[in-house]
Design a protein around this ligand. Structure first.
Ligand code: NAD
Length: 377
């Protein structure tokens, strides 16, 4: 069993809270969000008792739940509560019910607003295959065994935020959709720095992914990352075009250690990397800024197809809580215990549907929570 992610990631310098009291904002969101968040809170309470940590939880609405309650996907009050906390634990947002609303009122807009409002420019997504779940991957054992990738995705720039954007009417009366992919040198440099420092703490190999054969914005990206590499002589830098990177991820994922890429490419590649590991229901992430609290959330969405049925896998949420303890609150020992409990539950052959394979025992979201708590005790 090996799930020691402590060596793998950049840590922003943090001081341990002397009182060991933390203000944690909970954003359960939509779909399976409240179900998996409830499990995470139970686990955090148990771990808090064990390690003498007091978590002052404050729940706030975001996404569809916030639209229903307040008419907007990210109420000012929610952002304010997040800003005033030590860390933010988010589940997931979105659902069919809100899909036809105008763009500025969609749940996803609330998520983007949270990221930009907290200045969370770096999204770190580990994709590590656990030995217990190799058979849950759709790829062959020999391809995925030992996969251990960290995707560093730029989160507050690029195509998702660039202006101009919108659907405009041309002179001939035809509609024209526009988005703009844009990066400044400083935006590239700051995410590049995070990526090089992350790679330094791992196997010192960094692959930068772009589309510089076609896009000027990607040419600037490649130039800056190449320039930055001079400050990190111990890190071996390579470059790949995004189409090739997608192919290589499926062909031979073990060639990758740390990947750095833009917002759009990172969104797509990190989901592909996620699937190598068997299920998107297993993968946590951390979104970090320069000063504000980080947001810790599963990679997956709100899974409306299984919401309310006790079928959701809560482990990505639990592992996100562990990342929060480690990188947001500097409580590595507590994080270790949560990660070990996850492994223990998997060793006991308990599985939710998304990671089910022959000979394992299918249980629900809440039962996984019970098993985790037993494992922690
Ligand atoms: P999704 O990740 O919600 O679901 C994709 C598939 O994976 C579904 O079959 C789902 O049942 C399954 N799945 C996801 N998480 C699971 C879990 N924990 N346990 C078991 N199975 C799980 O992606 P989608 O279907 O493309 O999007 C659904 C909604 O989620 C949309 O409204 C989308 O905008 C939103 N979304 C939100 C986030 C976020 O909150 N960060 C991320 C992606 C998508």
């Amino acid at each position: 069993m090996n799930y020691d992610i402590s060596r793998r990631i950049l840590t922003t310098p943090l001081s341990v809270n002397a009182m060991a009291q933390y203000r944690i904002t909970l954003l359960p969101g939509d779909g399976i969000g409240p179900e998996i968040m409830a499990v995470a809170v139970r686990v955090l309470k148990v771990i808090g008792e064990k390690f003498d940590l007091t978590f002052n939880f404050q729940e706030a609405p975001i996404g569809g739940a916030a639209i229903d309650a307040t008419g907007t996907p990210l109420p000012d009050e929610t952002l304010e509560i997040c800003r005033n906390s030590d860390a933010v634990l988010l589940a997931a947002i979105g659902g069919y019910k809100w899909d036809t609303l105008p763009r500025h009122l969609r749940p996803e807009t609330g998520l983007l607003g949270l990221r930009s409002g907290l200045g969370l420019f770096a999204n770190l997504r580990p994709a590590t295959i656990l030995p217990q779940l190799i058979d849950a991957s759709t790829l062959k054992r020999e391809v995925v065994e030992g996969v251990d990738i960290m995707v560093v995705r730029e989160l507050t720039g690029g195509l998702y935020f660039g202006e101009p954007r919108g659907i405009f009417t041309t002179e001939t009366g035809e509609k024209r959709g526009v988005n703009t992919m844009t990066y400044t040198e400083s935006e590239i440099d700051r995410i590049g720095k995070v990526a090089f420092e992350t790679a330094q703490k791992r196997s010192k190999r960094l692959c930068s992914v772009d589309k510089s054969n076609v896009l000027e914005v990607s040419q600037l990206w490649r130039d800056r990352i190449t320039q930055l590499a001079k400050n990190y002589p111990d890190v071996e830098l390579s470059h790949l075009y995004v189409d090739n990177a997608a192919m290589q991820l499926l062909r031979n994922p073990k060639q990758f250690d740390t990947i750095v890429t833009s917002n759009l490419f990172g969104d797509i590649l990190s989901d592909a990397a996620a699937m190598l590991t068997g299920s998107i229901g297993m993968l946590p992430s951390a979104s970090l800024g320069a000063t504000n609290p980080g947001v810790y959330e599963p990679v997956h969405g709100s899974a409306p197809d299984i919401a309310g049925q006790d079928k959701a896998n809560p482990l990505a949420q639990i592992l996100s809580a562990a990342m929060m303890l480690r990188y947001g609150l500097n409580q590595s020992a507590a994080a270790d215990q949560i990660e070990q409990a996850v492994l223990k539950v998997l060793d006991q052959d308990y599985r939710t549907g998304d990671i089910m394979s022959d000979g394992k025992t299918l249980i629900g979201c809440q039962a996984i929570g019970e098993a985790l708590i037993d494992a922690l005790k």
